[in-house]
Design a protein around this ligand. Structure first.
Ligand SMILES: Cc1cc2nc3c(=O)[nH]c(=O)nc-3n(C[C@H](O)[C@H](O)[C@H](O)COP(=O)(O)OP(=O)(O)OC[C@H]3O[C@@H](n4cnc5c(N)ncnc54)[C@H](O)[C@@H]3O)c2cc1C
Length: 368
């Protein structure tokens, strides 16, 4: 028998799980369908920093996110790691930054190549995969069904209207289908006339064993925001001619409470689920990290990690109905800040579906 719910959410990353949680809390019947495990892609494998700068549209969502994560942390007795006080981040290369003396005082371990940086005081670290698990547990408490290991293969239709999804586990009927499938959103929506303008941007991160020193703040190249804007999507000719652009690097050195370092990050438009260009990207990540903090060179590596950011064509998320396809809603394209915005975005998408309006205005019809 076809199971029927108010809302099916496709994708068990931070955006899908947060959306399901807020819908269920409001009384909607919800099933979230994830083909792998919860947070098994970008949402559980990223750097875990809640950080700006934010485009103006996303400022309220980012502020709300910090509040929601703090409340979630309280309700879960601190079951996942979250900086309750800001950790701060040095944005290397930013203009109007600290004087050399202030910089040396903020972080004595910076290398001589670092001559300018601004201090971003509000940055906080979070364990993103565990935060997703905590949101999912609350969604279940509010009655949501969470199905993992089940792929959505196709949208079910009645005329133009989407009426559910066809999964490996059978059909599901729903009043609304929310596609929160990250870089794969275009695949889920491929039978509609709307080509979801979100691509995958692969990042490589290097995780070390505990280091014998402590950094006072996260350290990031301020250029990351501009780097992501400059990314191109390879054409058929680029693959034919071997002219695919190599990974770009926006340096990052971040340390957890146990002393482990997280070094990053590469950015490269990627159309494959295979972990390509590991050697090239990891070498560049490690070189840049050693320029930022020379002491990292001697620290043993524990893990090389990769995932893909879902980056939209204009860098802003898509929240809202797919034009011309009633019953289908997108919650995708959160790029490099999907954890920072995740809880607030889930709440905003749920509010839109519940008829409280689509705020901020991030509607997919801007791409028509
Ligand atoms: C290297 C790196 C570092 C990052 N660091 C940060 C950071 O410090 N701070 C920050 O805020 N953000 C960061 N991000 C960005 C952040 O990780 C993403 O924006 C966010 O995780 C995206 O969440 P999502 O739920 O949209 O997508 P995803 O986490 O990709 O989830 C989508 C889910 O949909 C599922 N799915 C796809 N197709 C189907 C289908 N047909 N059926 C069922 N399920 C399906 C997938 O299996 C997947 O689990 C980073 C990203 C990268 C790559």
């Amino acid at each position: 028998m076809t199971r029927t719910v108010d809302v099916v959410v496709v994708g068990g990353g931070i955006i899908g799980v947060a959306t399901a949680r807020f819908l269920a809390e409001a009384g909607a019947t919800v099933e979230l369908i994830e083909r792998d495990g919860l947070a098994s892609h970008a949402s559980g494998r990223n750097q875990g920093l809640l950080i700006g700068p934010h485009p103006p549209e996303m400022v309220p969502i980012a502020a709300r996110g910090v509040q929601l994560y703090g409340d979630l942390h309280d309700r879960n007795d601190g079951a996942f790691f979250l900086d309750r006080e800001p950790h701060g981040c040095l944005m290397v290369g930013a203009e109007d930054g600290l004087s050399p003396e202030e910089l040396a005082e903020r972080e004595p371990l910076l290398g001589p190549a670092v001559t300018s940086a601004a201090f971003e005081p509000d940055a906080r670290r979070i364990d993103p995969g565990a935060a997703v698990a905590a949101l999912a547990a609350e969604a279940r408490t509010h009655g949501a069904v969470i199905s993992t290991g089940v792929a959505v293969r196709e949208l079910l239709r009645s005329g133009e209207r989407v009426t559910g999804v066809l999964t490996d586990d059978g059909p599901r009927a729903a009043g609304t289908v929310v596609v929160a499938a990250g870089p794969w959103a275009w695949q889920v929506c491929r039978s509609t006339g709307f080509d979801v303008p979100v691509r995958g941007v692969r990042g490589w991160l290097v995780v070390t064993r505990p280091a014998p020193f402590r950094l006072r703040h996260a350290i990031e190249d301020a250029s990351w925001s501009a780097t992501k804007k400059g990314l191109t999507t390879p054409t058929v000719a680029d693959y034919a001619d071997g002219t695919v652009t190599p990974p770009a690097i926006a340096g990052l050195v971040q340390q957890d409470g146990a002393g482990r370092l997280l070094l990053g990050a590469s950015l490269q438009t990627s159309g494959t689920d295979h972990a390509e260009n590991q050697a090239e990207a990891v070498a560049a990540v490690c070189r840049r990290a050693a320029e930022l903090v020379p002491a990292v060179r001697a620290v043993p590596v524990a893990e090389l990690r990769t995932c893909r950011r879902p980056l939209s064509a204009d860098g802003l998320p898509l929240h809202g109905p797919v034009p011309g396809t009633p019953g289908l809603v997108l919650a995708v394209g959160h790029g490099s800040q999907g954890i920072t915005w995740g809880a607030g975005s889930g709440e905003a998408v749920a509010a839109g579906i519940l008829g409280h309006g689509w705020e901020p205005r991030l509607l997919p019809d801007r791409f028509i």
